[in-house]
Design a protein around this ligand. Structure first.
Ligand SMILES: Cc1cc2nc3c(=O)[nH]c(=O)nc-3n(C[C@H](O)[C@H](O)[C@H](O)COP(=O)(O)OP(=O)(O)OC[C@H]3O[C@@H](n4cnc5c(N)ncnc54)[C@H](O)[C@@H]3O)c2cc1C
Length: 293
């Protein structure tokens, strides 16, 4: 199928893009890498009247470290995240996660801003933003808003972005000493959207977690920061404790059923990932010996 007829405008600046968005309201759509927008238009899931192409706006591109903040422009492509030494040093969770996003051809065009604005609950980058406690920076003609990643995603393909706003950057605290991360997902084939995944960021002192952000994805309408992880903080880990946390995780998650997996399978896979994650982060193979409770 082909997209419905639409008009096209190439924005010359952020100011110009915002003018176009205000003038056309929800009849306009922003185009970044086009890797989600164009398929949706071709399938006629959406039919915007105007495409506002921001792809040439150099001011939205790039990765920089300022003090203890790592800033990533919205138009930074997946492949640039993958290859960036700054990302590898200061947010290695992203380096590990990004190779699970689709395939090289899509990573060559897709952008971090597009992925976050698209807000697919099975996407890797939204979950990483939550795990890394990111701030998402958006701009409108009224000025800039800074939104915690935990408040940004509101449902399947839904965020707090209004049609008049542009996502312009994300900011991440740089990884601290003793920081550790874990990323893993189950997918039918490498590069497919996840059936269930986990992005985790932790601080480990000896063999104790002093911080643990476990974010499960593809198990709800948005990435889920697991409250059950709190049970694993500031205590010496035992198989019994992990088993309790696993049971609590099962209660906490409300996965959807679809053609890929049942809700109970997703819940089971999340528990498997929890055990693998805790075992890997603490270097304790005994914790993963029997799989999930
Ligand atoms: C075959 C295939 C497999 C894929 N597999 C995966 C996968 O496994 N994991 C995964 O995470 N993704 C996957 N994707 C999606 C891919 O990662 C996209 O690149 C990404 O979701 C969107 O980025 P984009 O820059 O292409 O955004 P676009 O397609 O240009 O835009 C996506 C949406 O975000 C809006 N938008 C874009 N930029 C902004 C902005 N700066 N401010 C406000 N709104 C904006 C657009 O209006 C549109 O609604 C896959 C895509 C395909 C085609």
């Amino acid at each position: 199928m082909k997209a419905s007829a639409f008009s096209y405008a190439r924005a010359t600046s952020v100011v110009n893009a915002l003018e176009l968005l205000v003038a056309h309201g929800d009849r306009a759509k922003v185009l970044s890498g086009g890797q989600s927008l164009m398929p949706a238009m071709n399938l006629r899931l959406i039919s915007p009247e105007l495409i506002v192409d921001i792809g040439e706006l150099a001011e939205l591109r790039g990765i920089a470290v300022r003090g203890d903040v790592l800033s990533i422009g919205a138009l930074t492509r997946h492949v640039e995240l993958q290859r960036s030494p700054e990302i590898a040093t200061h947010a290695p969770l992203l380096t590990e996660a990004i190779v699970h996003v689709a395939h090289p051809a899509i990573r060559n065009r897709g952008t971090i801003g597009g992925s976050l604005a698209h807000a697919d609950p099975a996407s890797e980058l939204p979950a990483c933003m939550l795990a890394l406690n990111a701030t998402i920076v958006v701009r409108s003609q009224a000025g800039e808003r800074r939104i915690a990643a935990g408040d940004f995603f509101t449902g399947i393909y839904e965020t707090v972005l209004s049609p008049h706003e542009l996502l312009i950057a994300v900011e991440l605290p740089v990884a601290r000493r003793n920081a550790a991360h874990f990323f893993s997902e189950f997918a039918r084939r490498h590069g497919d959207y996840a059936i269930t995944g986990l992005a985790a960021q932790a601080t480990v002192a000896g063999d104790i977690f002093t911080e643990l952000r476990l974010v499960f994805f593809a198990v709800g309408d948005r990435p889920v920061l697991a409250r059950s992880a709190e049970r694993l903080l500031n205590v010496r880990m035992t198989p019994a404790l992990l088993s309790d946390a696993s049971a609590a995780l099962g209660e906490e998650l409300e996965p959807q059923e679809d053609q890929q997996a049942s809700a109970s399978m997703r819940r089971h896979l999340a528990k498997v990932l929890l055990a693998r994650c805790v075992s890997a982060l603490l270097g304790r193979s005994d914790l993963n010996a029997g799989g999930p409770a």
